[in-house]
Design a protein around this ligand. Structure first.
Ligand code: DGY
Length: 418
């Protein structure tokens, strides 16, 4: 146990660039939004000031409108595509122009609650509180123009689940005409069989060019995007962070932020009911551009357990995971192994991601579904034993996939073992 913790710390130290960490060397040489927030949880166990720094650096690059960008390009690096020139967001320190799952509210509350240095925690949390709150408000202002209580992503990279089966049908409506020629760099760092396809990359870039042509004006992007998906996993992270921020704000005596955060969380959790599918026993994505649920049994609808959803839903998700366990060796696969689109080793079309496992397990544990929560945590450690600190793993053979010595995988191991 201690040996595994020490190995995990070594991975985090290796990827530490002082004020931020890279997810892994080579493949991802900058600061990624949700990677950083989740990695801070790992740092908090052995270096609290460093954990706070990770999140502070992230928010130092928040946009004036409240958006927290998905990548911060702290230093030039030719090994990544698409780099700052493609995004052209015009920031002094370049960033992308889209966002990522808003897990920072959850992370800050957790680090605050367990802090050994309470004075430092109060100081840091007090400063971050309005910044995180502004990001949450940004979501509802810019990604929920009709006031449904749920927000849409406008690019698959925002979900973090880049090539999920969930986006396949919607991606048919994203054109590829006019995409400037490019050379991928990810496939020279990782096995191309484990990565998204060229066809998907063209569509990723078409969307970037489209938003760039609108000057990255967030008041225009949602309505102009042919890709508008309400992802239950993404929304669950937002609702959980809003609820956690409400609690944190209360303990810091910030009642206005507390009340506003609570209201956003309550409304969103109520609205999540519209995404529930009895047929699948889980939540589904909703394709806002055509007004229909997406018939795709992916992990997005299971990750929803991270939010304080109704007990009956958490119980049903637990049952759903037990069914998934019948068709794989390790939990939780990012897509149903019995579905025709399942691809055991290809990024988000089958493989297991420890950060997602951690969030599902955390939510289920809170809901009293401890047996399934424990099984998920045990599987995480079995995967590390089999495959080291990989980016993701095959759910049947435990194959290590994508990048290696991966920061947030290491952070999750420290979380689980500490
Ligand atoms: C990538 O480059 O693969 C990232 O997932 C985009 O954020």
């Amino acid at each position: 146990t201690q040996k595994m913790i020490d190995q995990a710390k070594a991975v985090m130290r290796k990827n530490d660039r002082g004020l931020y960490t890279v997810p892994t060397q080579g493949l991802y040489p900058f600061q990624w939004n949700w990677d950083s927030a989740l990695s801070a949880l790992g740092f908090a166990h052995f270096d609290e000031p460093r954990a706070w720094t990770e999140i502070e650096t992230l928010f130092a690059h928040q946009w004036e409108d409240g958006m927290l960008p998905h990548i911060i390009f702290h230093q030039p690096d030719d090994g990544y595509f698409p780099g700052p020139d493609v995004w052209a967001t015009g920031r002094a320190v370049p960033t992308t122009g889209i966002t990522q799952p808003p897990v920072a509210g959850f992370a800050v509350r957790r680090i605050f609650d367990r802090a050994r240095d309470k004075a430092l925690a109060v100081e840091k949390a007090r400063a971050l509180l309005p910044q995180i709150h502004a990001w949450h408000q940004w979501f509802f202002a810019n990604r929920d123009p009709q006031g449904t209580g749920l927000v849409a992503i406008i690019h698959p990279w925002e979900s973090g689940r880049d090539n999920s089966v969930d986006w396949d049908a919607a991606f048919e409506r994203v054109p590829t005409e006019g995409v400037e020629p490019f050379t991928r760099r990810d496939t020279s760092h990782a096995n191309p069989e484990h990565r998204p396809t060229d066809e998907q990359y063209k569509r990723y870039i078409w969307l970037v060019q489209k938003f760039r042509s609108l000057g990255w004006d967030n008041s225009k992007l949602h309505d102009a995007s042919p890709f508008q998906i309400v992802d239950p996993g993404f929304n669950a992270i937002l609702m959980r962070s809003c609820a956690d921020l409400a609690d944190l704000a209360e303990s810091l005596g910030e009642t206005q932020i507390a009340d506003q955060s609570r209201a956003m969380a309550d409304k969103g959790i109520a609205a999540m009911e519209t995404l529930w599918s009895d047929a699948h026993g889980q939540y589904l994505c909703f394709d806002r551009s055509i007004g229909a649920l997406v018939d795709s049994p992916s992990i997005g609808g299971i990750l929803a357990a991270f939010a304080p959803i109704p007990q009956a839903r958490a119980r049903a998700i637990s049952e759903r995971i037990k069914v998934l366990a019948e068709s794989c060796t390790y939990l939780v696969p990012s897509h149903d192994p019995t579905a025709p689109e399942f691809d055991a080793l290809r990024y988000w079309r089958g493989p297991i991601w420890l950060i997602v496992n951690y969030m599902i397990s955390d939510g289920l544990e809170f809901a009293g579904q401890t047996a399934v929560a424990d099984r998920i945590n045990r599987d995480c450690l079995r995967l590390i034993e089999q495959g080291g600190f990989a980016e993701y793993y095959g759910p049947i053979g435990a194959e290590p996939c994508g990048g290696d010595t991966f920061t947030w995988t290491a952070a999750m191991v420290i979380e689980i073992l500490s």
